[in-house]
Design a protein around this ligand. Structure first.
Ligand code: CTP
Length: 397
């Protein structure tokens, strides 16, 4: 979830600085790139060597030495998030007052990245009106405060002021990135639902797709700020707002709508269960029953995904679906290759809780290098998050 995210970790002088050691390990394990800045007094609690070894980056402490000057503006712009953990009472007061007597504060004042703070102090300091005033002040600047815990404090007393645990901080960061509108300005095209191929005015050939999976994917993209166009076959499922819906019935209508909306789409996800065949002739009048055996001639529909794969440019990402009953992996991989797409989501009809109509799904996602990401059975909404996360990590969208 934090893959490729750039975290600038500010460590201030507090007994709780040891928690920053565990925090860096968690962040790096989650795929984040971490750079550490310490206040001079933080060195009294944890050695910079520990932080540089764990983060695999040089630790910066001073604004300048005899020969060089740390470019605080560049560092502040490099970060996706500036995380100050632990935040001491002293640094908090300086942040609230706009002081700038060390590198961490210079970066704080010049950073364009969102700032998250994890305070750590004794209960009496925490509840002092000046601390609370300073907290409210930095909140009014737009900084986020991760709540302190209640428990044993460095003084030996019990109470409020304990620094949040590294796992809790990680969770806050993950939620932050999930809720941030990281897809703002991106155009997303999603198809969902079945198609109905008309035989005559009252009959059609269809399939059991409900549209749930594709709609959940469209909603997840939209929640992350994407500009989503959903091309939707006949479906009873309600779609969230802010999604541009194009209703279609047949594979041919879906084909035309897809071609009309593909140019400019950064990401395309073909979750629709498109009919592979349609009646060769459409009868404008209702067909009356006659012989015991009735032959219906079918012809191939256009393969939409294949067509989009032929047209795609190097910046566009296309994701297809494969619903298989046998030889699942090889069939999915050959679709990925033949249709020239980037990722394929496989669901097997052999798996319980997967496929059409259910509220849950169980999928594997393959890329061009045959790498497989496997996800356990879960709700289609949660699978939609997994699929969108995987797409975002692919090529670092
Ligand atoms: N698809 C499409 N146009 C079609 C048929 C399928 O765009 N006419 C897309 C589906 O939306 C899905 C992917 O192709 O993303 C795989 O569809 P599937 O029916 O499983 O595979 P097919 O290529 O049709 O092959 P087969 O039916 O032989 O399994």
């Amino acid at each position: 979830m934090l893959s490729g995210k750039k975290i600038l970790l500010g460590v201030t002088g507090s007994i709780a600085a040891y928690k920053a050691v565990f925090l860096i390990r968690l962040l790096v394990k989650a795929g984040a790139e971490v750079k550490v800045i310490m206040t001079p007094s933080a060195k009294d609690f944890v050695s910079p060597l520990t932080f540089s070894t764990l983060s695999k980056n040089e630790v910066l402490i001073d604004l300048f030495n005899e020969t060089s000057w740390a470019n605080h503006v560049i560092l502040g712009r490099w970060a996706d998030v500036m995380l100050i953990a632990p935040l001491s009472c002293n640094t908090l007061a300086k942040m609230a007052g706009g002081h700038c007597d060390n590198l961490l504060l210079a970066i704080y004042l010049s950073s364009t990245a969102p700032v998250m703070c994890v305070p750590a102090m004794d209960e009496d300091m925490w509840s002092h009106p000046s601390t609370q005033l300073n907290l409210n002040k930095i909140k009014s600047f737009g900084n986020t405060i991760i709540p302190v815990g209640n428990g044993e404090l460095a003084s030996g007393l019990y109470g409020e002021g304990r620094m949040a645990e590294p796992e809790q901080i990680l969770q806050h960061l993950q939620d932050f990135f999930l809720n941030s509108k990281e897809l703002t300005g991106r155009k997303i095209l999603v198809t969902a639902g079945p198609t109905h191929e008309a035989i005559d005015p009252v009959r059609f050939i269809g399939n059991r797709s409900s549209g749930k999976m594709g709609i959940a994917i469209a909603e997840e993209f939209s929640r992350r700020g994407g500009e989503v166009t959903l091309i939707l076959g006949p479906s009873q499922i309600e779609v969230g707002k802010n999604i541009h819906i194009i209703n279609v019935t047949s594979a041919q209508e879906m084909y035309e709508a897809c071609l009309n909306n593909f140019t400019g789409a950064d990401i395309t996800v073909m979750a629709a269960a498109v009919a592979d065949y349609m009646p060769h002739d459409f009868s404008t009048k209702k067909i009356k029953k006659s012989e015991d055996i009735f032959m219906l001639e079918l012809k191939r529909t256009n393969d939409i995904l294949k067509k989009l794969g032929e047209q795609k440019n190097k910046d566009q990402i296309i994701v297809g679906f494969a619903l298989e009953t046998d030889n699942e992996k090889e069939n999915a991989l050959s679709k990925l290759k033949n249709k020239n797409i980037d990722l394929i989501v496989l669901n097997s009809l052999n798996d319980e809780g997967a496929g059409f109509g259910t509220d849950t799904n169980k999928v594997s996602i393959f890329d061009k290098h045959r790498n497989e990401l496997y996800f356990d059975t879960k709700s289609k909404k949660l699978i939609a998050k997994d699929i969108v996360n995987t797409i975002m990590q692919h090529k670092n969208v």
